[in-house]
Design a protein around this ligand. Structure first.
Ligand SMILES: Nc1nc2c(c(=O)[nH]1)N[C@H]1C(S)=C(S)[C@@H](COP(=O)(O)O)O[C@H]1N2
Ligand SMILES: [Mo]
Length: 372
């Protein structure tokens, strides 16, 4: 292991980055899965992953405004005549709190290289670019109606107030991505609290979008302007990025919307365990298609599989905790593997479908264990 305490200047992140809880990946912070051992359903904020295209901005809540504009609103066609809401306005509207799973579309990307010889660009995440938190805020639909939504609106595009994203010498502007009106009116939140506290700087203070069931990039942090349009909107984040490109995919790519089925052990990578003693090993599985129905575990490099015990409290939830018992038979190097099946019957394949940008790794991960 080459981990050392990162200097604050080397990161784009405001919160302390304890190497026991988080690993730096290209300036982003990945949750260490062993930091979830014996935790509850949600991920404590100190270990929740952070994915920044640029850096976490420190916004002033007193001058901050949400600004809605566009051809899908009555009387606010352009940015200059936007309908404004301040922080107090949002706090005064009916509030809701729900547990939502956020996952970066590139979570598990490093396994395209390490398990499948398909290295791709992008943050080399292990399995820790995922987390569940309780988010509290106001429904986007409530704000849209206050802003004068018309029946003509088709797309809603929130923009982040972090710096413009520049790549390969091209300025792609603010991080933003359209949400179809049906989803925007369904269950999208404008959140100002995370896990019962004021939204932290790295997770979008003062207000972020939370799009349940969709990949992380839909959940725009530090939201400021929101365009509501009577014609379809697009940005680099739904045309260039967050699409599946490459052999076996459409020429102009397939839009990435929902996460795939995945599983992770709450164990250190390359963990060392004694032989002959019964161990209880734990983990979690999740899927963008809906709840997890079954999880099978192999402790003999994938030869035999047995069902894990599912934590009954999590039934129907956004992720599923599970445990299994294992008595390592003899010293040596093993891999333990978890394969989940979701409510639609979709299981994790042995091999994930490669794509040029390394999104949606759903393959069974071979977690190395040394028995001594
Ligand atoms: N404004 C803004 N919003 C953003 C991003 C960003 O860089 N800027 N990153 C997105 C991506 S790619 C992900 S995976 C999630 C990560 O949310 P988190 O950092 O709170 O875990 O935020 C999304 N929202
Ligand atoms: Mo992401």
């Amino acid at each position: 292991m080459t981990l050392s305490l990162p200097s604050r200047a080397a990161t784009t992140i405001a919160k302390p980055l304890s190497p026991r809880l988080l690993t730096l990946r290209d300036g982003n912070a990945e949750m260490r899965w062993e930091a979830m051992a014996s935790q509850g359903f949600t991920v404590p904020t100190d270990r929740f992953f952070v994915r920044n295209h640029t850096r976490s901005p420190l916004l002033d809540v007193d001058t901050w405004r949400l600004r809605l504009f566009g051809t899908g609103l009555r009387g606010a066609p352009s940015r200059n005549d936007a309908v404004e809401f301040d922080y107090g306005d949002l706090r005064a509207m009916p509030a809701e709190e729900t547990a939502v799973l956020l996952e970066c579309a590139g979570n598990g990307r490093r396994f395209f290289a390490s398990q499948q010889t398909h290295p791709t660009p992008g943050a080399p995440w292990g399995l820790g670019a995922v987390g569940v938190a309780r988010w509290r805020g106001v429904r986007l639909s409530t704000v849209l109606r206050h802003a004068g939504l018309t029946d003509d609106a088709v797309d809603v595009q929130p923009e982040g107030l972090d710096p413009d994203f520049v790549t390969g010498g091209v300025n792609l502007g603010r991080v933003r991505r359209p949400i179809p009106i049906a989803k925007a009116l369904d269950d999208v939140l404008l959140a100002y609290e995370m896990n019962g506290e004021t939204l932290p700087v790295d997770h979008g203070f003062p207000v972020r979008v939370v799009v349940p069931g969709w990949i992380g990039v839909a959940s725009i942090k530090w939201v400021g302007p929101i365009e509501v349009s009577a014609t379809p909107l697009s940005s680099a984040w739904n045309t260039r990025f967050y699409r599946m490109f490459g052999p076996g995919h459409p020429v102009d790519g397939r839009l990435v919307t929902t996460p795939v089925v995945k599983s992770a052990f709450e164990l250190p990578w390359d963990v060392r365990v004694p032989s002959g003693e019964q161990l209880m090993i734990a983990g979690r599985s999740w899927s963008g298609n809906g709840p997890i129905r079954a999880v099978d575990i192999s402790t003999d490099d994938g030869v035999t599989w047995q069902p894990a015990d599912l934590h009954p409290d999590d039934e129907g939830g956004v992720w599923q905790r599970w445990t299994t018992l294992w008595r390592p038979p003899r010293p040596g190097r093993f891999t333990v593997r978890a394969r989940a099946t979701d409510v639609t019957g979709t299981s994790q394949p042995g091999r994930a479908r490669p794509n040029a940008l390394g999104y949606l790794f759903d393959g069974v991960v071979r977690h190395p264990v040394t028995v001594y």
